[in-house]
Design a protein around this ligand. Structure first.
Ligand code: IPE
Ligand code: IPE
Ligand code: MG
Length: 242
């Protein structure tokens, strides 16, 4: 797959979907699909770093995912703890800085602790930022930001007339992270499922039928190649773009 080095997105966000169906197709329990998904996370993170992506955001657990059967939720939380703890050495070896977005303080204590530990221990890495969206939903994030600003306004430290895009973005959990230029969703579903609604306002969308456990380097490069073939006009007309 031919990639144009100076047209690689700075930020790619991925809705990692299809673990359950991947497992079911193989006659295995859903949890094994999630376990197999970890391998894809490793491979895609490394491939993204190799081509120069600065931020890779992965949707790992949505606020809606709490509504799954309790056993699956518990298994996912354990897998998270186990994976974060087990990967810290390799993250450091590969220059990966771990970050998180979402209502992470509301995660089970052991998950929260493992996550904070991973973030702390990888904070000096600079090759790529791996942002995990955990207990995340875009509506939660936007409401949370709105409340923060409203509190400041009520306290008299913020003039509502001063609220602009930049100020609002600084109240989101993605503060400091550039908007994704490319959003990928695996598994054939063509919906956003409450992910990064503000930040993907101008993202290029890429949908693939491949289930997440089968998504790897080649699939990522294909998505980047598709992105590079698009004309991003931002409201202008073709002739205005140089
Ligand atoms: C994505 O795979 C992982 C999470 C949402 C945690 P799914 O578990 O949604 O897999 P499908 O969509 O049921 O196949
Ligand atoms: C979106 O996938 C959330 C994550 C990938 C973590 P879901 O499988 O939960 O989304 P829906 O239910 O198909 O919209
Ligand atoms: Mg799904």
């Amino acid at each position: 797959m031919q990639i144009i080095p100076d047209k690689v997105p700075r930020h790619i966000a991925i809705i990692m979907d299809g673990n359950g169906r991947w497992a079911k197709q193989k006659g295995m329990p859903r949890v094994l699909g999630h376990r197999s998904g970890v391998k894809s996370v490793r491979e895609v993170t490394e491939a993204a770093a190799q081509v120069g992506v600065e931020y890779l955001t992965l949707y790992a657990f949505s606020t809606e995912n709490w509504n799954r059967p309790p056993a699956e939720v518990t298994a996912l939380m354990s897998l998270l703890v186990e994976t974060i703890k087990g990967e810290i050495r390799d993250l450091n070896k590969n220059g990966v800085r771990l970050l998180a977005i979402g209502d992470i303080e509301a995660l089970p204590a052991s998950t929260y602790k493992a996550l904070m530990d991973g973030i702390e221990k990888t904070k000096n890495n600079t090759r790529i930022n791996l942002v995990l969206a955990l207990n995340y939903s875009a509506k939660w994030e936007i409401l949370h930001a709105t409340k923060l600003l409203a509190e400041q306004a009520a306290a008299g430290t913020l003039n509502p007339a001063d609220i602009n895009e930049e100020l609002f973005e600084n109240a989101l959990s993605t503060r400091g992270i550039p908007d994704p230029e490319l959003l990928i969703r695996t598994s054939g579903e063509t919906r956003i499922s409450n992910f990064l609604l503000w930040q993907i306002a101008y993202a290029e969308l890429y949908f693939t039928p491949v289930f997440w456990p089968d998504f790897g380097k080649e699939e990522l490069l294909a998505a980047i190649a598709s992105y590079q073939n698009r004309e991003r006009r931002f409201g202008k007309i073709s002739e205005q773009l140089v």
